[in-house]
Design a protein around this ligand. Structure first.
Ligand SMILES: *Cc1c(COP(=O)(O)O)cnc(C)c1O
Length: 361
């Protein structure tokens, strides 16, 4: 669409264009209510349909059975770093954490602030977080094992999930939820801030297994207990209505336009494939993640000099491609190619990269 760029932002990030068009078309008068979705009551039938449908789509896409609850909370993925140990790590027990970068480290820090017993059972810090550790010695008596499925900043992703020997996995899937199908049964809790792959900032998707709820201490503040939101269907207080509505439309797009998570994964593999191939074939670009740990969502790479990286980001923007600067903590370049980034956008980026290398190599 004219005037819109190819958006490679890491988050908030690109939405599917049909979703934005549907929002725009119905924005002033949502489903004949005479009000915008941002104006209707969260206790109205209009919003009730939105949140019910959003949760039902999460259930269908991930094949969740009755053992799992689907919640939409606020506070971002970052609040989950605190809520998880507060709710699910009882005194006298210890939890395993795998440190694969900035977000894992923040999760570990928040558990330790609460003076919880945390064991970092594996870390990829020795090689600047460029890989996902293997053969991890998980403790069979751990309360849970925490991992970050996709490391948004370093550009690594678990190719498959580890065998924890029955210990419930708790996973930060903020930057790759709904990008591929997986078996949910080993997971005690999955969380994802919406603004990478699900919609706008402001809502966090939580999928929590029923048996986890027994651990929730009675003396926590009401707003910090998972049970509060399970009992009230995410509506103990006013939920982030607009964000949930957008998530509903994004999930509908995945189900009905794309055709489900198997198809979504194939598209994501195709997109990442051509981008990594362009990097590998050139002497000019260098991928920063080890090949078998490469992310399908965040493609991180370096150019020969920092000066060239600056010019690359600038010139790309002049060619209608935004968001290619690496995270401020690591530098370099990063193309975030979430579900909503199109194959056409990735092809345009590859063309630009080849041209830039030819001119500057
Ligand atoms: C962005 C991100 C976060 C932080 O999310 P907020 O919603 O801003 O708190 C946490 N984990 C991962 C993997 C992320 O990509």
């Amino acid at each position: 669409m004219k005037g819109r760029i190819y958006n490679f932002n890491a988050g908030p990030a690109v939405h599917p264009l049909p979703v934005l068009e549907e929002i725009a078309a119905g924005f002033l008068n949502f489903k004949g209510s005479g009000m915008s979705i941002t104006e209707v009551s969260h206790r109205s039938k209009w919003f009730d349909e939105v949140i019910e449908d959003a949760a039902a789509r999460v259930r269908r896409l991930l094949k969740l059975d009755e053992n799992f609850h689907v919640l939409f909370l606020q506070g971002g993925a970052s609040l989950q770093f605190s809520m998880i140990p507060m709710n699910l790590l009882p005194g006298g027990r210890s939890a395993d954490y795998v440190n694969t970068g900035t977000w894992s480290a923040k999760a570990i820090k928040e558990a330790r602030i609460q003076e919880k017993a945390v064991q970092v059972v594996a870390s990829s810090e020795d090689k600047n977080f460029s890989y996902i550790p293997k053969d991890i010695p998980f403790n069979t008596n751990a309360a849970y094992a925490h991992i970050t499925s996709n490391n948004t900043i370093k550009g690594t992703q678990w190719p498959s999930f580890p065998d924890t020997g029955g210990v419930p996995i708790i996973c930060d899937m903020s930057s790759d939820i709904m990008s591929r199908p997986f078996d949910v049964s080993p997971f005690g809790l999955i969380y994802a801030g919406a603004q990478k792959n699900l919609g706008p900032a402001g809502a966090t998707l939580i999928i929590i297994r029923n048996d986890m709820l027994k651990r929730v201490p009675h003396d926590l503040p009401t707003m910090l207990k998972y049970t509060t939101f399970v009992e009230r269907n995410s509506m103990f207080n006013t939920p982030p209505c607009f964000a949930i509505y957008t998530i509903q439309l994004v999930l509908k797009w995945i189900e009905e336009t794309i055709g489900g998570l198997e198809k979504m994964e194939k598209i994501n593999r195709d997109k990442a494939g051509i981008l990594y191939q362009a990097i590998d074939e050139s002497e000019f670009y260098r991928g920063t993640a080890e090949k078998e740990s490469r992310s399908l969502m965040n493609v991180t790479f370096r150019l020969p000099t920092e000066d060239l990286e600056k010019r690359f980001v600038q010139e790309a923007l002049e060619h209608g491609m935004g968001g290619l600067k690496g995270h401020r903590s690591v530098g370099g370049c990063r193309a975030s190619i979430y579900n909503a980034a199109t194959l056409e956008a990735v092809k345009a980026l590859v063309d630009f990269m080849q041209e830039f290398a030819r001119k500057n190599g």
